[in-house]
Ligand binder design. Structure first.
Ligand code: ZN
Length: 452
C-alpha cells in the first residue's frame, strides 16, 4: 500500500507539504508555508523568533508538526524535539511559489531537493535579491526538466511541465509499487502555455493512475473575481494605456514572467518603456539562458528600462551592479527620468516600493493597474493602505488580472480526462465539491495518513 499524509494543503489554499510513503521510501511533495499560517498569533513585527530559537515558537502553537528526522539540527536546538538523522528520501518542488517552497530551509540540509531548472534559477535569484531574510537552505538542489526520470528510493518520478503564473512549474507522475500517483502542483489552462498543461493531462491519463492529488484553488461556488486569460489582460491593459496621457503604474508579482512579457508588449504597442526594478531585472537576466521560456531582457529590450532606487545606504550586490551602470548605460534610469517622461513610461512596482511614487510624483489622474489577485480576506492589512496611496496621488485605479489557477470547470475537466481511481483534492477550501465531477473523492484530513 501507499500512504499519503497532508501536513499542509488539506482544506486550505497553499502550504502544500504532502508526504508520500511507499515501502521504505518517504518523499515530500512540496514544502511550502500556508498563507496566513502565522496570522492567529503573529502580525507585522511580532513574528516567530526562528533565527534565534528555531522552530520553538512554531511548535508551541502547533503551527508545524513535530516530526523526527525531518528538520535541520539548528532549528531544533531550543525545542523539545530531539534531532535525529534525516528519515526522508527527498522533496519534490512543483514550483517556486512561497506556498510551495518557503519551508525548505527548515528541512534537514541532508535531504535532497528536486526542482525544475528554471525553478532553481528563480531560487538563486530570490536568495540573491531578497537579503538575509530569504533562504531555502543548503540542500543538494537537483535540477530536472520534462523528460527526466528521477529515481528516489524505490519510486520513479516523471516531471511534466505545466502552465502556471511562474516559470519552471511541474506536475508529477509518481510510479509507486501499487501504480501511478499523479500530482498536479498548481496549473491553469488559460495561460500562454496551455499546451503544456494539456500535455500533462494527456500523459497523466495514459498512466491510468490509482490517485490524482489535484489542486482546487478556484473550486468554489463563490468566486467573485473576473475570469480573464493572459491574452485578455494584455488587450485590456493596452486599450487602457493607449487612451491615457499620463504615467501608467502597474503592480503585480515579480515572478510572474508571463505578466512581465504582457506589459512589455503593452509598452511596445503604446510607444512606452516598461520600467522594472533591479530585483526584477536580476530575475529576468538569470532566466534568459533558458531558451524555452522566452524571457524579455530589460537590458537589451528596446521597450524596457531598469529602475535604480535612490538613497540605498547598503545596496545588495545586484543593486550595486545597476547603480554602477546608472548614467552610463541607456537602459538604467532613476526617478528623475521616470518623473520627467511620465507619459512615455509604464512603471512596475510592488506594494513595498510605493515610496518611489514620492520621488516620481505622478501627475494627478495617472493610471494605476493592479494586475494581481484581489485580496482574499476583507481584513487584508495592505488594502486600505494601498487605497490611501491611490487617493493621495489621485490615481485612476483599475483591476486587470488573470489567475495562475484553472477555474472549477477546467479542474473538473482534468479530473474526468485523467480518470484516476481516487481524486485527492488539495490546495482548496472546498474539497467536497470535487464529488460533483468524480465518484471517488478522498478528502485529506490534516496530518492524518490515508491509505491508497
Ligand atoms: Zn503557485
Amino acid at each position: 500500500m501507499v500512504k499519503i499524509t497532508a501536513y499542509g494543503g488539506a482544506n486550505q489554499i497553499g502550504g502544500n507539504k504532502i508526504l508520500l510513503e511507499d515501502r521504505d521510501t518517504k518523499l515530500f511533495l512540496d514544502f511550502g508555508e500556508p498563507f496566513g499560517m502565522k496570522d492567529k498569533y503573529f502580525v507585522e513585527w511580532l513574528m516567530p523568533r526562528d533565527s534565534r530559537t528555531g522552530l520553538k515558537d512554531y511548535f508551541h502553537f502547533d503551527l508545524m508538526p513535530k516530526t523526527e528526522g525531518l528538520y535541520g539540527e539548528k532549528w531544533l536546538r531550543d525545542t523539545d524535539l530531539r534531532y535525529s538523522k534525516p528519515d526522508f528520501d527527498g522533496i519534490l518542488v512543483s514550483h517556486m511559489h512561497f506556498d510551495h517552497a518557503m519551508h525548505l530551509k527548515y528541512a534537514d540540509d541532508a535531504i535532497p531537493v528536486h526542482l525544475g531548472a528554471a525553478a532553481n534559477s528563480i531560487r538563486e535569484s530570490w536568495e540573491t535579491t531578497g537579503g538575509k531574510s530569504i533562504s531555502f537552505g543548503e540542500h543538494d538542489f537537483r535540477e530536472f526538466r520534462t523528460g527526466s526520470k528521477l529515481k528516489i528510493g524505490t519510486v520513479e518520478v516523471e516531471p511534466i511541465h505545466v502552465d502556471h503564473s511562474v516559470p519552471g512549474a511541474y506536475g508529477f507522475l509518481i510510479h509507486t509499487s501499487h501504480g501511478c500517483i499523479v500530482y498536479s502542483g498548481d496549473l491553469r489552462l488559460h495561460g500562454p502555455r496551455s499546451d503544456m498543461t494539456k500535455e500533462f493531462v494527456r500523459r497523466a491519463a495514459a498512466e491510468k493512475p490509482i490517485a490524482f492529488i489535484c489542486e482546487g484553488t478556484r473550486v468554489t461556488d463563490d468566486d467573485p473575481r473576473e475570469d480573464l486569460s493572459e491574452k485578455q489582460v494584455e488587450e485590456r491593459a493596452r486599450r487602457l494605456v493607449a487612451g491615457h496621457s499620463r504615467l501608467a503604474i502597474v503592480s503585480f508579482y515579480p515572478k510572474d514572467v508571463d505578466r512581465m512579457r504582457s506589459f512589455r508588449d503593452v509598452a511596445k504597442a503604446t510607444g512606452r518603456k516598461f520600467v522594472v526594478s533591479t530585483k526584477v531585472a536580476h530575475l529576468l537576466e538569470s532566466l534568459k539562458g533558458d531558451r524555452r521560456i522566452a524571457v524579455p531582457d530589460p537590458m537589451t529590450d528596446p521597450s524596457m528600462l531598469v529602475y535604480v532606487r535612490q538613497g540605498m545606504s547598503k545596496p545588495l550586490a545586484h543593486d550595486r551592479h545597476y547603480i554602477d551602470l546608472l548614467g552610463r548605460h541607456d537602459h538604467v534610469v532613476d526617478w528623475k527620468h521616470v518623473s520627467k517622461n511620465q507619459d512615455r513610461m509604464i512603471f512596475h512596482t510592488d506594494f513595498s516600493q510605493l515610496t518611489e511614487l514620492i520621488d516620481i510624483q505622478p501627475k494627478q489622474g495617472s493610471l494605476f493597474i493592479r494586475s494581481k489577485s484581489e485580496p482574499f480576506e476583507e481584513d487584508d492589512l495592505q488594502e486600505p493602505v494601498l487605497m490611501n496611496w491611490i487617493a493621495y496621488f489621485k490615481l485612476d485605479f483599475h483591476q486587470i488580472h488573470a489567475s495562475g489557477h484553472a477555474n472549477m470547470e477546467e479542474i473538473f475537466w482534468m479530473v474526468k480526462e485523467i480518470a484516476p481511481k481516487t481524486v485527492i483534492p488539495v490546495h482548496t477550501e472546498h474539497p467536497q465539491l470535487f464529488s460533483r465531477c468524480w465518484q471517488r473523492v478522498n478528502c485529506p484530513v490534516p496530518r492524518k495518513c490515508m491509505i491508497i
